[in-house]
Design a protein. Sequence first.
Lengths: 202, 202
Amino acid sequence: MSSMKETIKQVAIDLFFQKGYFATSISEIARGCDIRKASIYYHYSGKEVLLLDIMQTTMQDLLSNLQAGLAQAGSVEASMRAAVRTHVVFHLRRQKETFIASSELRGLSPENFKLIVTQRDDYERIFQSLIGQGIDGGIFAGGDIKILSYAILTLCTAGASWFRPEGRFSVEQIAEIYENFVINGLKAAQWSCVGSAARASY
Amino acid sequence: MSSMKETIKQVAIDLFFQKGYFATSISEIARGCDIRKASIYYHYSGKEVLLLDIMQTTMQDLLSNLQAGLAQAGSVEASMRAAVRTHVVFHLRRQKETFIASSELRGLSPENFKLIVTQRDDYERIFQSLIGQGIDGGIFAGGDIKILSYAILTLCTAGASWFRPEGRFSVEQIAEIYENFVINGLKAAQWSCVGSAARASY
DNA sequence: CTGGATCTACCGACCGGACGGTAGGTTGCG
DNA sequence: CGCAACCTACCGTCCGGTCGGTAGATCCAG
């Protein structure tokens, strides 16, 4: 890939993160690259293709990052810990891209939307499988696997929405906090919600 | 408030939630209300004012909802449980508005942005105070109060991003799941991250 | 080693259309 | 009548995208 194409991508990431996809114009991106608007179209055939490129790279890297993190883990608990840790670290280290990938899906056409969502679903399924294994093995308390996976993933993903690299805590420290939080949540006993909600008086 | 003004607001909520603030045009909102575009400006002086109105109502209701929920609670733990429960229930019941309020802040001018963020900060401070009381009283394990509050609030807020009213679980059931998850997380012992992260080998 | 052909990376000028917003007229109800 | 609530018609601006063109590097046949 030419260096200008990468520059465009990086500038777009910065601007999409800062102002949002729809609020960012091609002219602005071009200005950030010190070229004219028309030249963008030499490298990218349109605005949405640029967004798609950012998202696809992010999702691919996210998945291979998780696979690499899981490769070394032995037990189910270790796998779950590794999964949460790599997820959080990736989301904080590549904060802008992951934020875009999770908040600008509406900028995609139905076909491209499906492309990204499919990758996201594959990723989620790995977590769901781990949760299921943990419950079956008696390591984790029971509960609805999908609800659990949504809670865990949105919790960790949302870290990228408030994290400031110059803040008091390092990426690794936050990852450790989240790792313990999730594991404790999974191990706790009160996860079953069958019947109890019906008894409660809201 | 005239009924048409409320109609406009409701249609705007639906569209902002569905397509996003910048991707929604005034004409579309007007079409949804069966009036012409110019008539919108009789009720709202501009697009941003409409967004601001939605956000302010949401934030005010969110706060009074929390205060009402806390009024009956006795102990710190009961307060924390009530806070999480009311927060989740509000976010699921008024999913569209809370989603807008937390994802479209970039659509506001600096002054209006500050207005909403101030209300959000006040709200967060209630949670931080409860966490602090719990830690001081030995009910919760230690940890950084702000990080904890961010984690808890983003976790519960994100529920509104995947919740489907027609899904398998009711609002109350999900609220109960989240309530227990948060309390268990706060009570668990491994929250301190001083030193341990430095020892870990990531 | 030279000179035409081709390719890369960019440019200025332009287009149709949609946007937020405005001016001023009309309607109909109390 | 008077005013609230709505309308039609229009404005300037900016958007994503296209077009024809070009400087300069590269290539390759004679």
